[in-house]
Design a protein around this ligand. Structure first.
Ligand SMILES: [Zn+2]
Length: 313
């Protein structure tokens, strides 16, 4: 059986047909409309198009950034879209005539890496997606851990610092304020302000008017010490947090995804070091490995397509 996977992001809606081996057929992309009703229409149009071209499609998975209820049908809260207790499954199912499940986007990406990517072969895995914020997914004993209300795995909102920086979730000191793409930009800006090793960052900000993730990554790849220091700081913070996640979940593997993950070992090395300082009884217990995600751009679509197939073989 084939399925359709749809990943609703802040700027684009990605979709495609997913086969039983995690293969992606006919990938599609459209810009995300602003109005929630237009988003729904765009999703329905994409599903209709794909299922007409592939009549053996038997189920649909839709991933969105937000809290999803335990029945995988209602978006309780979405960060970037004005959805509050939105019954997305009930709205879309009758329009497409196929069973629909809704999933958190980071959970979908983590599931794809577990099934077909960097995590294949493990049974217990944690995925952290470094984007504007930090998405988390927890796989325990070969299953996606959803928790009592469907909202488990929000690892980016673990409190990292008491009385720390304000977070978009309404709390303070969440790890995503110290280790996300947005944190990387903030720290790079602070280093640029300070001069010294931040002088190349300051020059790039001057010429481009801003310091975005791509510019910072470019400077890291070019060996600039200021950009490397900014990256080291977010990587260390995330590594420390992984020590705490190890204590709680004991995964075999941490998979790191998101655009910045493509920097590879220069991101992972400080993470491993900081992790070692934060794992209880480090050196006297088995630890976890770290790996870079493999399905970067398609993980959400593949993962949610595969989750739609779960139980429908
Ligand atoms: Zn938070």
């Amino acid at each position: 059986m084939l399925t359709v996977g749809i990943d609703i992001g802040g700027t684009k809606i990605a979709g495609g047909v997913v086969d039983a081996s995690g293969g992606l057929i006919d990938p599609l992309r459209v810009p995300t409309p602003r109005d929630p009703r237009e988003i729904e229409d765009a999703v329905v149009a994409m599903i209709t198009d794909l299922s007409q071209r592939h009549p053996s499609v038997g189920a649909v998975g839709i991933a969105a950034a937000g809290f999803i209820d335990r029945d995988r049908s209602v978006v309780t809260y979405a960060a970037n879209i004005a959805w509050r207790d939105e019954p997305l499954r009930a709205r879309i199912e009758p329009r497409v005539g196929l069973p629909v499940v809704i999933e958190n986007d980071a959970n979908a990406a983590g599931w794809a890496e577990y099934r077909f990517g960097a995590g294949s072969g493990t049974r217990n895995m944690i995925m952290l997606t470094i984007g504007t914020g930090i998405g988390g997914a927890v796989i325990t004993e070969g299953a996606l851990y959803r928790g009592g209300h469907g909202s488990a795995g929000e690892l980016g909102h673990m409190r990292f610092q008491r009385d720390g920086l304000q977070c978009g979730c309404g709390q303070h000191g969440c790890i995503e304020q110290y280790a996300s793409g947005r944190a990387l930009q903030r720290i790079a800006g602070e280093l640029a302000d300070a001069g010294g090793i931040g002088s190349a960052l300051a020059a790039a900000r001057e010429s481009e008017g801003t310091l975005d993730g791509r510019t910072i990554s470019g400077l890291v790849s070019a060996g600039d010490s200021g950009a490397i220091e900014a990256l080291r700081r977010i990587s260390s913070a995330l590594g420390e947090a992984c020590g705490t996640f190890q204590a709680a979940f004991d995964p075999e593997l941490f998979v790191i995804g998101g655009g910045v993950s493509q920097l590879g070992e220069i991101l992972l090395a400080p993470m491993r070091e900081a992790y070692a300082t934060a794992v209880p009884a480090h050196g006297n217990r088995p630890g976890a490995d770290f790996a870079i995600a493999r399905l970067v751009n398609d993980a959400g679509v593949i993962g949610v397509g595969d989750l739609a197939r779960e139980g429908r073989h």
